[in-house]
Design a protein around this ligand. Structure first.
Ligand code: SAH
Ligand code: SF4
Ligand code: F3S
Length: 434
């Protein structure tokens, strides 16, 4: 039996896709290995969202070639967004035997067979229909607690900085019946939490069912499971979605709501279809319906022509919202995007990094303040497993997605336990059993 090894980079959608790939290959008799030295097929499921993500993959391709040279017959494959973006050019490097874009995974058995015969192959056709809706993913979560369910693919938004619409193609939603079926399957298999995934979950639509409707159906189909979802787009997150969350106790109190910038001038240039005021109104609405809901975000520092004033708008927006956590990046120009074609990447690197550090400093303080507000509170936490540092401690997340750690030798992964917060850092709540 041929063994396949896959490293996964990038977002959660790639993790979900790797699970689909293992399923497709498993059906054709391929086994899975976590030991690269045992693998007949070595692949990376890649990300193109920033240049450093791609640079890292080139480093890995060099490593993969060490195995490819030492063990004749080993084939190296690149999957995912970088495969889509670079296509045949990856084959021309001579270091890669298989290139498969995000909609081409059903071709992998054929591509691997050809590559094993010495014929490098690429398939980067994007599809308008492919959702892999019929495929039962091979779950990779080691604890068997939390599962990803992809509810849509692609993106129709064309934010000017973003490569995703080019690497993932047009937006399409998966048949809700296959989503509900997969959720029920997760429950039957002992999973305790599912995360519904899409680049813009609020624009989910299958026949006449929108995201609020889907969320309600899933939450009601698996009442014992926690439901999470990502990513919400500020322009699309509807009152109906918020009301559905508020009326279902098993939908977690956390919304990831990427803002990207606090400056209206930047937002317009980024082609985000909302303003600072709109964003703040959505935050106010979330908090009025669910006062205990965590709000996290993504932000880009140093986008084209960003001034100090624009940057201060971002800092002040962070203060105004008081995010619970954030993913923070500096702008990385991506070839082929609207911004790359239209706007010079004119904020120099020292300025970009300085602005990013200023945002990080503010957010570190906000994260700590957010955690301090939880001191003394009791939360229900889903146990993920032993904490990293101490085998006599368990860790897990509360509904707000905050990481909790507490001394405990009585419970195990998958249990729901109540803990009370005793102290905190900006990253963790230290607790005791309630
Ligand atoms: N669909 C999600 C974002 C997916 S990409 C949304 O619209 O919110 C994840 C994050 O990467 C983005 O939110 C953005 O903050 C960041 N990002 C995307 N393109 C980038 C670029 N060219 N440079 C730096 N960061 C980028
Ligand atoms: Fe990229 Fe914008 Fe689509 Fe998000 S919504 S994936 S940032 S184009
Ligand atoms: Fe990266 Fe592709 Fe996800 S570019 S962020 S892996 S959709």
């Amino acid at each position: 039996m041929k063994k396949v090894y896959i490293e996964t980079y990038g977002c959660q959608m790639n993790v979900a896709d790797t699970e689909v790939v293992f399923s497709i290959l498993g059906a054709e008799g391929f086994g899975r290995t976590e030991d690269i030295a045992q693998a007949d097929v070595i692949m990376a499921n890649t990300c193109s969202v920033r240049d450093n993500a791609e640079q890292r993959i080139w480093g890995r391709i060099e490593q993969f070639n060490f195995h490819r040279k030492n063990r004749p017959g080993v084939v190296v494959g690149i999957l995912g967004c970088m495969a889509e973006r670079l296509g045949e050019a990856l084959l021309e490097s001579g270091k890669v035997d298989i290139v498969a874009g995000p909609d081409a995974y059903r071709s992998l058995p054929r591509l691997i067979a050809a590559a094993s015969q010495g014929h490098p192959q690429a398939d980067v056709l994007l599809s308008r229909e492919e959702t892999y809706g019929d495929i039962a993913p091979v779950r990779l979560d080691k604890n068997g607690v939390s599962a990803f369910i992809s509810i849509m693919r692609g993106c129709n938004n064309v934010c000017s900085y973003c490569v995703v619409p080019y690497t993932r193609g047009a937006e399409r939603s998966r048949d809700w019946k296959t989503i509900v079926r997969e959720a029920c399957r997760c429950a039957a298999d002992g999973y305790k939490e599912i995360t519904l995934l899409g680049q813009n979950v609020d624009s989910y639509r299958y026949e006449d069912l929108d995201f609020a409707g889907l969320l309600a159906r899933v939450a009601e189909a698996v009442p014992a499971l926690r439901i999470r979802f990502s990513t919400s787009n500020p322009q699309d997150i509807s009152d109906a979605v918020l009301e559905t969350m508020a009326s279902h106790a098993n939908i977690c109190r956390h919304i990831h709501l990427p803002v990207q910038s606090g400056s209206d001038r930047m937002l317009e240039k980024m082609r985000r279809r909302y303003t600072r005021a709109w964003y703040l109104e959505r935050v106010a609405k979330i908090r009025s319906l669910m006062p205990d809901c965590a709000i996290t975000t993504d932000v880009i520092a140093g986008f084209c022509s960003e001034t100090e004033e624009d940057h201060r708008d971002t800092l002040s927006l962070f203060e105004e919202v008081g995010f619970d956590a954030a993913f923070m990046f500096y702008y990385s120009e991506r070839p082929g995007t609207l911004a790359a074609r239209k706007y010079p990447d004119d904020v120099d690197l020292p300025t970009k990094t300085r602005r990013l550090e200023e945002i990080i400093a503010v957010q570190n303080r906000l994260s700590l303040e957010s955690n301090r507000r939880d001191l003394g509170k009791t939360f229900q936490v889903l146990v993920e497993g032993p904490s990293k540092r101490n085998p006599d401690e368990l860790c897990g997340r509360n509904s707000q997605n905050k990481m909790c750690v507490w001394p405990d030798t009585a419970h195990k992964a998958g249990d729901l336990v109540d803990v009370t917060v005793l102290s905190c850092t900006q990253a963790t709540l230290r607790c005791e059993l309630a």
